[in-house]
Design a protein around this ligand. Structure first.
Ligand code: SF4
Length: 378
């Protein structure tokens, strides 16, 4: 995506965003380490963009950067058309009111000493919204919207009396009570019971359908990304290496890393329980010592000596709303989606059908997929 694609009508637009931190090296010194590299991405109102990748790929840092919770060393973040990249903390109140987060760990994100009524009301108090009575009404409404009914049964409970799924619903009520336009959902179902996952994802989608909330949905789970998102961004070592419509990325993965992630999705067949699945070879390199050239080249089965280990491929548009950072793909639209290598390098489209079975997913209008009869999205 080019800077021109960061449209003013998008709720969130990132243009060349970099995050650099100081990392300790040895006993005395520290060195700058770039965690995010030139991220350009936009999210429209009511859209969900899923960010997938292995641990350490920079997904959570990206989510934090969009909320101005990570130090931005280069690039621009626009929220509702306004540049918020370098607004001083004191001027971020309005932005913080409209941009919220649901975190992975419902056990760590809720204070054990606060009752549900105070946990959900806290963002309203911080933002100085309404009178005490109005805040109570909004808390009750938010709890009922996350299907904690009647709210009076839950208001005086403490987090330790709630299950993981109930805590995560409180976290969602807390994020939604300010009626935000944009929410970072960082692995929101990875720490809740399987029985609660479909309900949590369904709740997030119901807020989107009723209020037009835009989500950055961070996950390592391609099945839930397919269920939730209209578009998927695949990240590797702090870079977006593939971006496109969710269905296309799943059914026609272009980047070798995306293909490897899809190949590792388990097949829902008991006969396959003893069969080893292909996984991405090797370990992700350290951000402290990234390899030259393409950061994926030490693990890539299609790596070309003298090319991939020399020059880092830029993220280029290869088709409408489809971008990839890989030397296998020429920039020309005419050659779109035609890799230079054939044979074993052919696209593994069959992975998509497997993923849909795992997700129990069906198409829905406007992106994402419907849950199957079992509701087993992940
Ligand atoms: Fe593999 Fe080369 Fe493409 Fe990197 S640029 S993903 S090493 S083929």
């Amino acid at each position: 995506m080019t800077a021109a694609d960061v449209r003013a009508d998008c709720v969130l637009g990132l243009d060349g965003v970099e995050v650099t931190v100081q990392a300790r090296r040895g006993l005395m010194g520290s060195v700058p380490v770039t965690i995010l590299h030139g991220i350009t991405l936009s999210i429209a109102r009511g859209e969900t963009v899923a960010v997938v990748g292995e641990s350490g790929s920079g997904k959570t840092t990206l989510g934090r950067a969009t909320l101005r919770l990570a130090p931005i060393s280069a690039g621009t973040i626009r929220f509702d058309g306004r540049d918020v990249t370098r607004l001083p903390e004191g001027q971020l109140r309005t932005f913080r009111r409209r941009a919220q987060a649901v975190f992975q760990d419902p056990y760590g994100s809720l204070s054990p000493y606060m009752r549900v009524r105070d946990l959900v009301a806290e963002p309203l108090v911080v933002q100085r919204v309404g009178s005490a009575g109005e805040r109570r009404d909004r808390v009750v409404r938010a709890l009922e919207q996350v299907r904690m009914r009647p709210a009076s049964d839950w208001l005086d409970r403490y987090p330790h009396t709630l299950s993981g799924g109930q805590r995560q619903r409180v976290s969602i009520a807390r994020a939604m009570v300010l009626e935000p336009d944009y929410v970072v959902a960082d692995e929101p179902v990875s720490m809740v019971d399987a029985s609660s996952r479909a309900e949590i994802l369904g709740l997030l989608r119901s807020f989107q359908e009723s209020r037009g909330v835009a989500y950055l949905y961070i996950t390592h789970d391609l099945a839930s990304a397919r269920y939730m998102a209209a578009r998927i961004a695949v990240m590797y070592l702090g870079r977006v290496v593939e971006l496109g419509e969710a269905r296309e990325v799943i059914e026609q993965p272009l980047h070798p890393y995306t293909r490897a992630l899809l190949a590792a999705v388990p097949e829902p067949d008991p006969a396959n329980r003893h069969r080893l699945r292909p996984v991405v070879a090797g370990e992700p390199p350290s951000v402290m010592a990234p390899p030259p050239g393409c950061p994926f080249h030490p693990r890539c089965p299609a790596s070309m000596a003298g090319v991939c280990d020399v020059a880092e491929p830029p993220l280029i548009q290869v088709a409408s709303r489809r971008e990839v950072a890989c030397h296998l793909y020429p920039a020309s639209a005419a050659a779109a989606q035609q890799p230079r290598l054939g044979g074993s390098d052919a696209l593994e489209v069959d992975r998509a059908s497997r993923l849909q079975v795992v997700a129990g997913a069906q198409e829905r209008p406007g992106g994402g997929a419907h849950l199957g009869a079992t509701g087993d999205a992940v």
